[in-house]
Each structure stands twice: as structure tokens, then as C-alpha cells.
Design a protein around this ligand. Sequence first.
Ligand code: XMP
Length: 518
Amino acid sequence: MSHHEHLLILDFGSQYTQLIARRVRALRVYCEILPCTVPFERIRSFGARGIVLSGGPASVEAPGAPIVEPELFSLGIPVLGVCYGQQLIAKLLGGRVAKATAREYGPARIEVLASVGPFASFVEGQRLEVWMSHGDRVDELPPGFVPLAKTAAGPFAAMGDLKRRLYGVQFHPEVVHTPQGTQMLASFLDECGFARDWTMGSFVESAVATIRAQVGGERAICGLSGGVDSAVAAMLLHRALGEKLRCVFVDNGLLRRGERAEVEQTFGHRFHLPLTTVDASARFQEALSGVEDPEQKRKIIGKTFIDAFEEAVQGDQAEHGEAKFLAQGTLYPDVIESVSFKGPSATIKSHHNVGGLPERMRLELIEPLRELFKDEVRAVGRELGLPESIVSRQPFPGPGLAVRILGAVTPERLEVLRGADAIVREEVDRAGLMESIWQAFAVLLPVKSVGVMGDERTYDNVCAIRAVHSTDGMTADWVRLPYELLATISSRIVNEISGINRVVYDVTSKPPGTIEWE
Ligand code: XMP
């Protein structure tokens, strides 16, 4: 994709690398992350206006520690090394790096020594809170470098070669615990000469042009799931291709109440996307019949989806003509994950997506969102006029309610859970908490308990409520929902949903729990 100016972030394996990218983009500069292992030619031809070298877990002195071609420092563009990045600059350019006598982890105070580079908007002698996390440190500056900041424990908390515009900081400007970190990154970007005018509007424009160039006059298919990513991908493709786009929505029967109607209403009627809905609920129900094991359920749902989707697309093509492209709502974190310097993370649950489909169907893949983070996808959705109810919607797993019904999935249990889930969503929404909570939902347990209603003994299902805060789904904490809200949810569920006589609240964080129960 052509962005008129961009920054390159070379990843040395830090857990914070993605954060650097997010901060930079929030400062309206387009950037990409590449693993430090890419051939130097790729870096050169990337044409960046500035480069950031990320932190990393290794010691630059350890055998086999990741490095870059020193030629990088002669490209004539500004470079900022963060933590490991700074140590690497020092080592490669003739300085010295050693084990820090006093390891610094956590908050520290630096004193600015020169008002240049990342510190251009601060004054000499100013003290700033920063976040450190390092065992090694620069002990001797390379020739041409001067100290830019110091701490009580170390004289080179930041360094710079002002002539070549090479900078290093020992701390992490990208984390929130460095309150002025964004300001430092902004100064570095200004030093690189960025106009800082990258917006979602400009993204939409260039994405539309790229899609048109890639697809030519051919036709494309986009799977709609009701989630934000596929919704935004479909809208973008529709803007680029108009009637050459077909959207296919597979109703697996595992959706929440009203979901299918909302998809048809929003995309079919309101935005006039060419939409084919396939009701595959019976097929999913049959495939899942009697299956209790969570992984087996996920595998069956994944496979059934691919079969149903493929058939739907074939049917659609027979009616509307051959398509050559399949769109997928892959996001940047997935792209980074798969090329990461550390390698893809271990699989805890087999997640459900359309991986493998394009090859099998001999369709070429289009991924219009592969450069965006989730919050950027939402911004693009708003730019494209999607309603807030879709744009800011909570994540919902591909296997749907099946992973929230512990044990076998039956039409009756689905109906019970749908009712409880609708109440949770309604009440969380009424309390104004929908957007501040990552996910809030109900889970139907394979447990019955005794209760009393009127003068009658009951023996019915237990329903768990789960609500979590998270920024990426990787870690999460349970939400301290107001007791009054929990009380309302609980009494509404037991009163309105026949089949549930007890409600419990899940107070487990992730880790050790996962967000979904299966
Ligand atoms: P877990 O349960 O692994 O979930 O803590 C993390 C996040 O991922 C969502 N999730 C899925 N999303 N397909 C998806 O598209 C899946 O198979 C799937 N399983 C879990 C979950 O809702 C949470 O946001």
C-alpha cells in the first residue's frame, strides 16, 4: 500500500514493540514493524523516513544476539534505539555495553542534558519520569555521541550523535509509565521530517485505490460474520468494487439473539451490500450433536463452517458469476504475530477463522485491514459510516454460543443461553458500561442445582456471568460490576428465563482463566 511517508520499526523481540507502532500511528505517522532478521536490502528499499530499533530480551553481548547491518546508520535518516536498540547502536558503532551494576526495573527519573532529538521539546535540567527495564547498559559512548540524559544510577540514560541524527534511550518511551514518552516520540518524528498527516480518511482513500488495482475488473467475495473486522472489510470493498462484491453470511445457528436480523438489516437494507445469507444452523446442529469436548466442538465448527461457506460461495457464483478474490479481515497484530521475531505464540485454543480456505477454493486473498490495529479498524468503520452498534461492538468468538454452552449443544440449551445473554447485554448497556468493557456475556453450565420458586422446589441449570476488561484479549481481569447491576441481571435471568434457577459471577482473571469458558 502506498503511504507517502512512513517510519520503520525493527523488532528485536520486545513485548512493547507493537506499542511503539500504536503510539507512532496515534501521532499520525504511518509505520510498519519488520523483524530484525529481514535482509538489509528490504530495509533499504522500504524507503522509511526514520527508523526505530525496538527493545528486546537478549543481551547485545550474548553469542548470537540479534544485530543489524551497521550500514543502517549511514542511510542518512534519523534512527532511535530503544533499550536494546540503544545498546545495539552503542555496540555496533564502537561504544561499550556491560552488565549494569545497578539493574533498573520500573520507574526512574532522568535529567535532560541536552534539548535535542527526542528531548527537543524539553529544557536542559528538566527531570522526567520514565520506565526502565534493563540488565545491560551503555558504559562508554561510541565516537561522535554525547549524553542526552542521565539517571542517578547511570550517566547514559539517553545518547545522541547530533550530526548523523542517531539517538538512543535506555528507557521505554512507548509505555504509559513514561508519561512524556509520546512527546519524546513526537519530537523524534518531527526530527525525521514527518508531516504527521496520516488519517483514517487518507487510509480509506489509498485502500480503495489499492483494492481496485489488485482486483481489476474481477469479482470478489467477502464473508460477513457480524463482527467489526469483517463489517469494515466489506464496507471498504464495497466502496472500491460496488456491485462486483458479493457478501456471504453463514448463519451457523450459534449466534446471539437478533444477530442475523441485524446483519441483514444493516448491510443488506441500509448499505445495500449484495448479500447472500445461508441458513446452515441445522447442519451445525447435526455435526455437533452429542459432542461435549471443547476442542472437538471447535474443530467441528471450523470444518463445518468451511464446508458451508464453500458451498454458499459456489451457489452464489453459479448465480452471479465467477469470483477471483476472497476478502479476509486479517488485522495487523495477526500479521506481526505470524512474522514476529519471536515466532507465532503457542496455541491454547484452536481459533476459528477462514485460514486455508483461499487455497482450497483457488481464490486469491485480499486483506484490506492487514495494516491496521483494532482501534484503527473501528475508526475506519466510523469513517465509512457504520453505526456505533457495529463499530464499537464487543468481540464475539467465531464458534459463537457453542463455546459458552459447556457440554453438548442442543437447540433447547441454545435458546436458554440466548435469553440469558440478551439480558446481560441489555443491562450492561443500560448501565452505560458496554463500551468500557471488553466482553460481557452469559455461560450455561452443565450443572443443575436445587432452588425454590413460590412454594415449589426447582432443579435447574446454573448460569455464569463473565465480564472482563482487556486491551487485546491476551490478558484480562474480571470487571468489578456494581452489585446493583449484578442483582438486576440475576433476578431478571431467574425470573424471565425458564431453565435457569441460579446465577453466579466469574471472578477469574486471564491468566489463569481464559475469557471464554471453552
Ligand atoms: P480466550 O477464551 O482464549 O479468548 O481467552 C480470547 C479472545 O478471543 C475470543 N475468541 C475467539 N475469537 N474465534 C474468534 O474469532 C475463536 O475461536 C475464539 N475463541 C475465543 C474471545 O471471545 C476473546 O475475546
